[in-house]
Design a binder for this molecule. Sequence first.
Ligand SMILES: Cc1cc2nc3c(=O)[nH]c(=O)nc-3n(C[C@H](O)[C@H](O)[C@H](O)COP(=O)(O)OP(=O)(O)OC[C@H]3O[C@@H](n4cnc5c(N)ncnc54)[C@H](O)[C@@H]3O)c2cc1C
Length: 381
Amino acid sequence: MKTYDVAVIGAGAFGAWTALHLARRGKSVILLEAYGPGHSRSSSGDESRIIRMGYGKDEIYTRWSQRSLVQWKELFAACGQKLFYETGVLWLVGADETRLNETRTTLKRCGVSFEDFDSTALQQKYPQIGLDGIRGAVLEPKSGVLLARRAVAATVARAVQLKVIYEHGLVEAPRTKSKLQALKTSSGEEIAAGQFVFACGAWLAKLFPEVVGPRLFVTRQEVFYFGLPAGDSRFAPPALPTFLFQNDESYGMPDIESRGLKIALDAHGVSVDPDSQSRVVSEESVRKMREYVARRFPALKDAPIAETRVCQYENSSNGDFLIDRHPEMENVWFVGGGSGHGFKHGPAVGEFVAAQLLDRAPTEPRFLLATKETIQHRAVY
Ligand SMILES: Cc1cc2nc3c(=O)[nH]c(=O)nc-3n(C[C@H](O)[C@H](O)[C@H](O)COP(=O)(O)OP(=O)(O)OC[C@H]3O[C@@H](n4cnc5c(N)ncnc54)[C@H](O)[C@@H]3O)c2cc1C
């Protein structure tokens, strides 16, 4: 049985980047994945994810986004693929600008460029958006969209170039009460390592039902792609940026790679099992989304729904990540709790985890298991 420095379980955005950072630091790493990097049941598995810097007053995530965007761009340049679109990200708000003002302050402090819009300027620049109730907006011109599932595949491919062993396999939940010596896969293979990183997204709750289970809220999230009128460029970049309607709890992005207008509600759906939940959107959601699109993008009132996705958020109680050791197995780490906003942070998460494992770097109290509660009160968006 070969022994690795680190075994990483889960090749989503968090696990792939953790493996890559560990390999860059010269460690021997095995990356184990049950279904495949960025597969369609994982949280990292859709076509696209937003990368934005605005996080209200949660500066830690603004800074992590900044670090991550640099690293994503470097990776895409190295692998020669266009997997980032600088569409700009537009935050639209109604009467209450408290959070947007907090975002402005943080962006200024972190040196992120942005533009302010009042409702008149918005109407002039974005006549294709239904602006009822919208009072103002902030545009991050340098932010945009990552092509998610392919970005994960590219991260794993880069890790493999740096000698990470990638293996397709389902890892069984470890059951020891002290230091873990080896893992077992469902095919009976045993894998020994000095440290074990479980970056298992929504599956963390299933693997560790007692410790993580009550503290991870796995919710169904439905995503729609609306087909655009032929020859119409109003919904493609640069005419339309990526958008977040803060008060509606909705977000979406312009036509990228001709997939149409992507749009979804950010409000948490019902609780689901990531292995078995239906990946077909409900009729009720279709009806609601059609009404919503008619309000915010009136020209798309009768547009066909060209594609849909059903995914899951893996929410911690307040939206902060979970990056901590298992309370009994001292060399077992949890890395997850992406909470509907984690994808963009893959590079910074991987860097942070590598520093925890290799340098005994200081922990971040917000990420510790002890701060995760069993009742949800969302605070990070
Ligand atoms: C609809 C939707 C929209 C989102 N929008 C955004 C956005 O715009 N911007 C943003 O930054 N974030 C966004 N997010 C959040 C983001 O996608 C997630 O936080 C992030 O992808 C989580 O990555 P992960 O690696 O933790 O989990 P995952 O991508 O789920 O990866 C976990 C992996 O672990 C594997 N695994 C689990 N158990 C085992 C096992 N026992 N053995 C082997 N392998 C195992 C799984 O197969 C899976 O591939 C969104 C999420 C959803 C669902």
